[in-house]
Write a new protein. Structure first.
Length: 128
């Protein structure tokens, strides 16, 4: 596992390789798999979780030199869907930051060869 995030003392999320999203509602006593869209990015590694509130959240990750990915939930983490691949860099997306309910920024890329990719959304992650 590479990332962990808790919304409160009971509800939390954990993710890692290969593309695992786990959810707990009892403070980490028990973990269950979340539903992930079964598309091309469903097995990509998870790196970072961020939630704006109890319903809206984003997760980022990806594979080096293959593709970055950002998954989105609008139902509190029960279901996750990747955003369109046209919006993400060719390498991992490492971190996400919510400025407010609409404005989100993410960073990724390969700083050794191609530079850092900065992604910005002004509609809660619908488009970037």
């Amino acid at each position: 596992m590479r990332g962990i995030y808790f919304l409160d003392t009971l509800k939390g999320f954990m993710g890692g390789v290969p593309g695992k999203f786990l959810i707990t509602t009892d403070g980490g006593e028990n973990w269950q798999a979340a539903n992930i869209d079964s598309g091309n990015y469903s097995n990509f590694p998870v790196i970072d979780f961020k939630f704006y509130n109890n319903l809206y959240g984003l997760v980022c990750g990806g594979r080096f030199d293959i593709a970055g990915v950002i998954w989105k939930t609008t139902n509190g983490g029960k279901n996750w869907t990747p955003i369109s691949p046209q919006f993400v860099p060719a390498d991992e997306v490492w971190h996400i930051h919510y400025f407010d309910s609409l404005n989100v920024m993410a960073i990724g890329g390969d700083p050794d060869q191609f530079g850092v990719g900065i992604l910005q959304s002004t509609d809660t992650g619908i488009s970037w």
